[in-house]
Design a protein around this ligand. Structure first.
Ligand SMILES: [Zn+2]
Length: 467
């Protein structure tokens, strides 16, 4: 979003004018809440994009894959930063099962002329085997009952069952391996979902190659395949979340304070330095912790960076699963920041799990309207840590630029593609939205402001397929 440099006084005037409540200042008790510009100002004047940029620069020197030494180093750095702002920061560790991709996947088929490109299925076991190829349809139990696959390699088409069910059905009948072919054009980025001792070596090929093999078999040609998968392994690893808490500075009510989360994930995928994904969200989280540290609030604010997001939101799931009921009940919002600084991505959007507005989108649309003159659009998206909060019934949303940059999950996700202007914009919108709610005696937000537009966001993430 292009930032409009309207003066704060002018914005106030415009807001009042639009709402048609010019008497609001004279009779605040009966009018919609209009944020005092001075409280936004207190947040904005403290935000320093250079600071955010420097933290991204440090974190993105190497990939930070969950469970590796470089993740641990990043976690120590994040803890130290929180401490330098005056927080007592905690590192919470958790273990998870992780799969390391094979470094070699080879498939050759004697009796077939063409070359076949095979991909492993995530969680496939290693193997070095050869055997006759037999067609086993969709790999249902019934089809495998009628096919002699013992010691052979089952050629199975994608569809109906999960890949894991197909592989287990073939394994149960004694197959040595599985070749799964796609039922649509393009490569198949498939996963068996989880580790299982009963899996046999399994690869995927394209629809075109699968149909060509099937045609040969139907013509009565004997096909013998050699299949080699090396270097894959599954094992338990340790990842970490880092948590810093700003307690309510003042709470007039006898009850416990409300709680707001600002979050990001510090891990990256293998091979990607993850400057934008998600050293950017981590560093904006750090910056907002610094900025809000000494501002008076009657709401507790927790700043968390999660590990193992890229392995399936594991850090945030672990964190939310272990929250006491009381904490969940008093949590009113999760602002989750993931990929918020790329100069090559599109505009800022706010995504919720169900595509509906909630307290987070309301607060952020109100703050973006105050700051930029128009509300940041919202839409539906469920590929980041806000999902773990939303599933626990907490209003949660993801802040991200859409469409995403071409460097997403590549070695080119580096610091030189980070825009300080975008970092500043996101930090201001989120920081003022949070403070607007957390400041002493903030009133319930006024949901009568003009609702920002709903956008359709294209599929952002290369999620693996199970079926
Ligand atoms: Zn991410």
């Amino acid at each position: 979003m292009k930032k409009q440099f309207l003066s704060l006084t002018l914005i106030t005037a415009l807001t009042l004018g639009t709402a048609g409540t010019t008497t609001a200042l004279a009779a605040p008790h009966s009018s919609p809440v209009i944020s005092k510009p001075s409280t936004d100002k207190q947040v904005i004047k403290r935000i320093d994009a250079d600071n955010i940029y420097k933290n991204i620069e440090y974190l993105s020197q190497t990939p930070r894959v969950a469970g590796t030494d470089s993740e641990y180093k990043a976690v120590q750095f994040i803890k130290k930063q929180f401490q330098s702002y005056g927080y007592k920061a905690d590192i919470e560790e958790f273990s998870f099962l992780s799969y390391t991709d094979p470094n070699l996947v080879e498939l050759s088929v004697a009796g077939f002329d063409g070359e076949i490109q095979a991909n492993h299925l995530t969680y496939s076991v290693n193997g070095d085997l050869s055997g006759d190829v037999v067609y086993a349809g969709l790999g249902t139990k019934e089809e495998l009952e009628e096919t002699d696959v013992a010691g052979k390699i089952a050629l199975i088409q994608r569809g109906n069952l999960t890949f894991a069910e197909k592989v287990l059905n073939a394994a149960e009948k004694g197959a040595a391996g599985v070749i799964l072919f796609n039922n649509a054009d393009g490569e198949l980025n498939g996963t068996l979902g989880e580790d299982n001792d009963r899996f046999i070596p399994s690869v995927t090929i394209t629809k075109k190659d699968g149909e060509a093999l099937l045609e040969k078999l139907n013509d009565g040609v004997k096909l013998t395949a050699s299949l080699k998968i090396e270097g894959a392994h599954s094992g338990e690893k340790t990842s970490y979340n880092v948590v810093a808490t700003k307690k309510a500075t003042k709470n007039n009510k006898a009850k416990k304070s409300d709680l707001i989360y600002i979050t990001g994930h510090h891990d990256s995928v293998a091979g990607a330095p993850g400057a934008n994904d998600d050293a950017s969200g981590t560093s904006v989280t750090l910056e907002l912790a610094r900025v809000l540290k000494n501002l008076p609030t009657d709401t507790e604010i927790r700043f968390v960076t999660f590990g193992a997001e890229e392995n399936g939101l594991l850090g945030s799931q672990h964190y939310v699963d272990n929250l006491p009921d009381d904490d969940i009940k008093r949590t009113i919002a999760n602002f989750n920041l993931d990929m918020v600084g790329s100069r090559d991505a599109g505009d800022l959007v706010i995504l919720t799990n169900d595509g509906e507005m909630n307290l987070v989108t309301e607060l952020a649309q109100a703050s973006s309207t105050r700051l930029n003159g128009e509300p940041t659009p919202y839409g539906q998206g469920c590929r980041s840590d806000h999902v773990s909060f939303a599933e626990a019934g907490i209003p949660a949303a993801l802040f991200i630029h859409s469409p995403s940059e071409p460097w997403y999950h590549t070695p080119d996700d580096t610091i030189d593609k980070i825009s300080k202007e975008k970092l500043q914009d996101v930090a201001e919108i989120v920081g003022t939205a949070v403070y607007d709610q957390a400041k002493i005696e903030a009133k319930k937000p006024d949901f009568n402001h003009k609702k920002g537009k709903k956008v359709k966001v294209p599929h952002l993430f290369g999620e693996k397929e199970f079926k």
